[in-house]
Design a protein around this ligand. Structure first.
Ligand code: AAL
Length: 419
């Protein structure tokens, strides 16, 4: 390096030092992000988008402190028979679990047909097209949430031409002013005919033990032609919030596979009219609806589909949802036990367990679903550190089971040959 260059470098270095020494800086204020648990208050230093997000988008700085983060643990249920898992008996899409008179109650889609589902082309008056075709709504009770006793059919399929004559499926339970309401997908055609198209109807009872009386009319209509929910109103999920019935549901915006989103319909009376929220869809991802009152708002388990799948979301107003946590191994079709689902307390306490399902339990030839229990810590009143762990390691075999398709293997070997 020649003399002139040495002189220029040292002058520059001198100027930088001089400028830095003139800058007002409190020796106590950190100029880089500090060691240790991130400070509760956002540090007054330049931050990256990621660290700004840590403070602006989340209620906690790390998962263990995030009340709306949890992992999920699963347990087999006892007491429900599946006819040797031959595909003729299926139970799926459980409601929220409720507790009445010291007993837990759950309702679900039950299919009991002579054969497993045969697809839209194979479906007949007695052969199901899908796992939830030719189904009814059944009830089971439990003292501990692990051993269940099936109590029988709550809502059978009504005669033609009533909504649900083909199948009644995917129930949602509401308790309101000393009565109980079971909302469900009410099929007016075989699922798969044009798509999985249906509206929602409801049955009413004075007791969770029934008997249930069908209103035999649609209470949550399909949207008008050209609107996002014109064909599909699935997964009716009622909560009581701000003095009204907030019924969340899922619809499919078309496309193959369909883009799925969740909407909200609000009513002052359980039998309607239900007004769809003008901001619908209110959740841009997910599949089955599963929500619970949390603090002054509503939280949602958003699984399976969409840009924001595998997230737990929160809306302080029950309408405008943001991602509160990212998680994995979420329950499919979760029906959580929500002690305050209908109390409208304005101080939702959260959930710690519920039921979900595993579909296509042992292969498509005997396609059927089974119910299972999940446990989590999404509760302001629980503290279960094992539920806040993010490092979930599976045996290698679990990963290898999700191997390359035949086409992918051929693509790779073709590419190798072309080299
Ligand atoms: C479920 C739910 C609805 C669909 C089908 C049965 O996961 O989304 O109920 O119609 O799948």
């Amino acid at each position: 390096m020649n003399a002139t260059r040495i002189c220029r470098v040292s002058t520059t270095a001198l100027l930088i030092w001089l400028a830095a020494s003139l800058l007002p800086c409190d020796a106590d204020e950190p100029t880089t992000f500090p060691y240790g648990n991130p400070p509760e208050k956002k540090p007054d230093i330049p931050l990256s988008a990621a660290m700004n997000r840590l403070y602006d988008d989340y209620d906690a700085r790390w998962t263990e402190a995030n009340e709306l983060f949890s992992n999920f643990k699963y347990t087999r249920l006892e007491g429900l028979d599946y006819n040797g898992h031959d595909g003729t008996v299926s139970r799926r899409d459980p409601t929220k679990v409720i507790r009445v008179g010291g007993k837990y109650y759950v309702w679900y889609t039950k299919r009991h047909t002579s054969t497993p589902p045969k697809g839209a082309k194979g479906g007949t008056e007695t052969i199901p097209s899908t796992d939830w075709d030719l189904a009814e709504i059944w009830c089971a009770t439990s003292n501990d949430g692990l051993v269940w006793q099936e109590q029988g059919v709550a809502v059978p399929r009504p005669p033609k031409p009533h909504a649900g004559w083909r199948s009644v499926a995917t129930p949602g339970i509401l308790a309101w002013q000393d009565k109980y309401y079971l909302y469900y997908q009410a099929y007016l055609e075989m699922s798969g005919t044009r798509g999985d198209f249906c509206p929602v109807s409801v049955s009413v009872s004075d007791s969770p033990d029934g008997p249930w009386t069908a209103v035999n009319r649609v209470v949550v209509e399909n949207g008008s032609p050209g609107t996002w929910d014109q064909f599909v109103i699935h997964d009716p999920y009622p909560l009581v919030y701000k003095g009204k019935i907030y019924l969340y549901y899922k619809s499919e915006l078309g496309g193959r596979p369909p883009i799925r989103a969740q909407g909200l319909a609000i009513a002052a009376d359980p039998l309607g009219p239900f007004e769809k929220h003008p901001l619908n869809p209110v959740i841009n991802s997910g599949h089955e609806t599963s929500l619970f009152p949390f603090k002054g708002g509503i939280a949602a388990l958003v699984s399976r589909h969409g840009l924001e799948h595998n997230t737990i979301q929160y809306a302080p107003d029950g309408v405008n949802f943001d991602i509160a946590a990212i998680t994995s191994l979420m329950p499919v079709a979760p029906g959580p036990y929500v002690p305050d689902a209908f109390s409208d307390s304005g101080d939702g306490r959260g959930i710690t367990w519920g039921l979900s399902h595993f579909r296509n339990f042992n292969g498509w030839a005997t396609n059927h679903s089974i119910l299972a229990r999940f446990d989590c810590d999404l509760s302001l009143d629980a503290n279960r550190p094992e539920m806040k762990n993010t490092d979930i390691f599976h045996q290698a075999e679990v990963y290898f089971q999700f191997g390359l398709s035949k086409q992918e293997r051929e693509r790779i070997s073709d590419a190798t040959e072309q080299r």
